[in-house]
Design a protein around this ligand. Sequence first.
Ligand SMILES: [Zn+2]
Ligand SMILES: [Zn+2]
Length: 369
Amino acid sequence: MNTRAALFRTIGAPLSIETIALDPPKPTEVLVRIAAVGLCRTDLHVMRGERRVAMQPMVLGHEAAGVVEATGPAVEGIAPGDHVVLTFIPGCGVCRWCAQGLHHLCAEGPRITQGPQLDGSYRRRDAHGEDVGAFCMIGGFAERTVVDRASVIVIDKDIPLDLAALVACGVPAGVGAARHRANVKAGDSVLVVGCGGDGMNVVQGARLCGATTIIAADIAPYKRELALSFGATHTTDAQGEALTRAVHALTDGVGVNHAFVCIDPATTLLPAFRATQKAGNIVVTAITPDTVKQIDVPPLELFATQKAIMGAVYGFMSPRLQIPALLRLYRAGDLKLRELITRTYALADINQGYADLEAGKNLRGVVVF
Ligand SMILES: [Zn+2]
Ligand SMILES: [Zn+2]
């Protein structure tokens, strides 16, 4: 069949809206009609060439939800009509990480920037017959996609699909970083640097954990304003050393228990590290451009203060468990999802959506079909 898709062809150029050929699902694969896909900053890093992918053309988009239209003969437990969220790291189910329930660390994860399907072949071709890759083995910026069952999580049908899409990336990344990586406890203090798609969800994750001081740092006034409604107790536009001083002033001079680096770690990690109290946690949820090879933290300071610097992908929990759990929290009224969406776009207007993200206008833009 043919499908409309937004193709990444050239670094620095807008995505190209084209009709491409899409093959039917192989035995372990699923054909999904995409209902909604979020405009995450990670795809923008790829478009700018800051995060390299192995091939072009490629269909980007990795924060997607939709409806199953067909399944391969070896697929069990997924049927046409099912509502699904697609995970941007497949869970192969058999590697040493998946065997421990750590699907977010699946051994296949490093291949998600390569372009082919999980089995190494391609399902998409452009008008010239050239193979088209699928970012994160999803290729969500398209009307339809074919993905391995390892990327598919069936969800309840009462959840609106535009909200379900958010739970494919930004929401678990942020909420999980607070709950499962830092293990924020009731009464703790938290700093969130960068209140975008990840950071705003760290704020609500910290609130869910019972943190009593949640400091939201962002240069955009509307994100600081919004952070208060997501659970922040204080906001600041301070950066660098001024941010460290501002946090110390709010925490009896000792710093927070946990700091979350949710934007540009190259410039924010050290101020966040120094805004964290002794034996505290610094959690990095943001992608750093490939050109940044290292970030300096004074080793004696690390040793003497006994802090932990850690990464968190997908909120450090299997999406197979975390995504349904987050949707239960939403249904119970404990998790904000609708409030995360700033604007929606048609696929044809996806470049405007990314322009709005770059201009700092969007917390989350979503393409709805
Ligand atoms: Zn994302
Ligand atoms: Zn695996």
